[in-house]
Design a protein around this ligand. Structure first.
Ligand SMILES: *[C@@H]1O[C@H](CO)[C@@H](O)[C@H](O)[C@H]1NC(C)=O
Ligand SMILES: *[C@@H]1O[C@H](CO)[C@@H](O)[C@H](O)[C@H]1NC(C)=O
Ligand SMILES: *[C@@H]1O[C@H](CO)[C@@H](O)[C@H](O)[C@H]1NC(C)=O
Length: 275
């Protein structure tokens, strides 16, 4: 398997951004011994029935990341609730079974995450290591504060003011274009705060994350609903509307949507600069 050793090359940027996202998602495979006898909803929302996978708020000692997808998996016990030393296989199996990432996409993200922030020899990752600033983590997150200047780790706590702003700005949910616009606004706040802009790689990662958010969480109207923003970004639990999808999220789909968001952001930035 390809083991990235450096993410500094632009050509590795796709890997990098996808890796970030992969880290967000981990669960154990369909544990569905009796799925065939159960209601559709129980097999597609197993966490609503299975006490073992109920939402539990993390304790102070539990390790959490800046990534809502991975934290949600830990809060529901699809990866160890401690968030510590999570094996690559556990991450891949949670990402593929609960978020339905294709195996190549899940492996890419997990390999990238462990390569960046985990134990490369024993192949595990503790979620808090993903907060290492400017490795995968980056400023201008949609719902997290920027890393204090000079600090090595980003805050992993959600900023509810940012969550509420997102909900009030996009009361009908976020389309692909809205996600691009929300990212452009957050990035423009960096300049207002005299912080460095995102570099090429972290720019790619950030719209890759937005693409995965949309692919994983879009509803029938192709928007990420306010409920999803509140529950998944905010509380880090599965939104009421989320069911394990039938169709896999493949590397090809992720690239396509990521490119679309990136192109939209470029257009929006140009338009803002012409104002
Ligand atoms: C957290 O960890 C510390 C030291 O490892 C331990 O003393 C403490 O009891 C733990 N707290 C909880 C709530 O588990
Ligand atoms: C989860 O991790 C904790 C500590 O990191 C460990 O003691 C426990 O056995 C793990 N649980 C499972 C089910 O592997
Ligand atoms: C949360 O974000 C808002 C808006 O950027 C900011 O004014 C506020 O200071 C942040 N809150 C905390 C606790 O950092």
């Amino acid at each position: 398997m390809y083991m990235p050793s450096s993410f500094s090359l632009p050509s590795a940027s796709h890997l990098f951004k996808l890796s970030v996202l992969a880290l967000l998602f981990t669960t154990n495979p369909f544990h569905s011994s009796s799925d065939s006898n159960q209601e559709l909803s129980s097999s597609r929302q197993p966490w609503t029935y299975d006490r073992e996978h109920a939402f539990i708020t993390p304790s102070l000692n539990d390790s959490r990341s800046p990534c809502p997808a991975l934290n949600t998996l830990a809060n529901h016990g699809y990866i160890n609730r401690s968030g510590k030393e999570i094996s690559a296989s556990s991450l891949v199996s949670a990402l593929t079974s609960i978020y339905r990432l294709s195996t190549p996409l899940a492996e890419l993200l997990v390999v990238g995450g462990i390569g960046c922030c985990g134990n490369k020899f024993e192949r595990w990752l503790s979620l808090d290591a993903l907060a290492a600033h400017d490795k995968i983590e980056h400023d201008a997150s949609l719902v997290h504060d920027n890393t204090p200047l000079g600090a090595k780790f980003a805050p992993v706590n959600v900023n509810w003011t940012l969550v509420d702003n997102l909900i009030s700005t996009y009361p009908d949910g976020l389309s692909i274009t809205d996600l691009a616009e929300a990212r452009v606004k957050r990035e423009s706040m960096l300049r207002d705060e005299s912080r460095p802009q995102l570099d090429l790689v972290h720019g790619e990662i950030s719209h890759g994350e937005a693409a995965l958010t949309w692919l994983l969480m879009k509803d029938a109207k192709d928007v990420v609903s306010t409920e999803t923003v509140q529950q998944w970004f905010g509380r880090e639990t599965f939104p009421d509307s989320y069911v394990i999808p039938d169709d896999e999220v493949t590397l090809g789909k992720a690239k396509k949507i990521s490119t679309k968001i990136g192109d939209t952001m470029t257009k929006l930035k140009r338009a803002f600069n012409e104002l």
